[in-house]
Design a protein around this ligand. Sequence first.
Ligand code: ADP
Ligand code: AMP
Length: 244
Amino acid sequence: MLSCCLRLCVSGLALPPPFLLQPPRAAGPSVRHLLLRTLNFNFRQPRLMKPLVVFVLGGPGAGKGTQCSRIVQKFGYTHLSAGDLLRDERNKPDSQYGELIEKYIREGEIVPVEITISLLKREMDRTMEANVQKNKFLIDGFPRNQDNLQGWNKTMDGKADVAFILFFDCDNEICIERCLERGKSSGRSDDNRESLGKRIQTYLQCTKPIIDLYEEMGKVRKVDASKSVDEVFGDVVKIFDKEG
Ligand code: ADP
Ligand code: AMP
């Protein structure tokens, strides 16, 4: 049993010194057990760190996903896109929410918060359970409205630290052109002019006020996303270097 516990420990924590790895004696608490208790090793459950979150916001097509994959490579974050998680859930044949999610996505509207948060939380938990060191997350496309924000505060209050909001600021026309270009190969049901009109409206009416709210709190780090991918990433790197 102890050896099984020890194996669990290996994945997450530093190994105890070799003399602590001897097999247990038949009965009674051994010196080793007492020592382990004193040293407070927790073999069953590696202690998970609190997730450190950067919310990534901006209009549709501002380049959030593009920049997030670069941030992942350079700074070791895990990228969770609310839109991707919802699309994955929609595509599961046994999902009870598939049809509902598709309807919201096609209309460019915001999916009910309970669904989005449960998907985000599940992915964060999975990531950290697989590797306790992986506690830094880029949450892309969230919080998109007041409902998202309240849901996050209710569910995640005290359970995660939001470092800052990375805001990709991009002209609406550029956003639309990029999404139409992406739509030639993305297969997305919302990369078309009709859906994009609605998505831009949703962004302006629902998401921008959330960014403004965080701005008042001094939490927004804004990047001019109309520049080239490399230029935008150059500015992003400066922010992450500074924020640590
Ligand atoms: P978002 O995640 O914000 O919806 P994406 O990262 O998917 O946006 O980018 C939308 C489209 O625009 C993609 O086809 C991508 O290749 C392209 N793109 C992203 N950033 C830039 C940029 N800075 N300049 C030109 N095209 C870009
Ligand atoms: P995106 O991939 O970020 O462009 O998102 C595509 C669509 O997924 C949006 O237009 C919404 O319908 C849905 N969606 C993405 N993020 C959220 C969110 N945080 N809350 C609810 N719906 C979302």
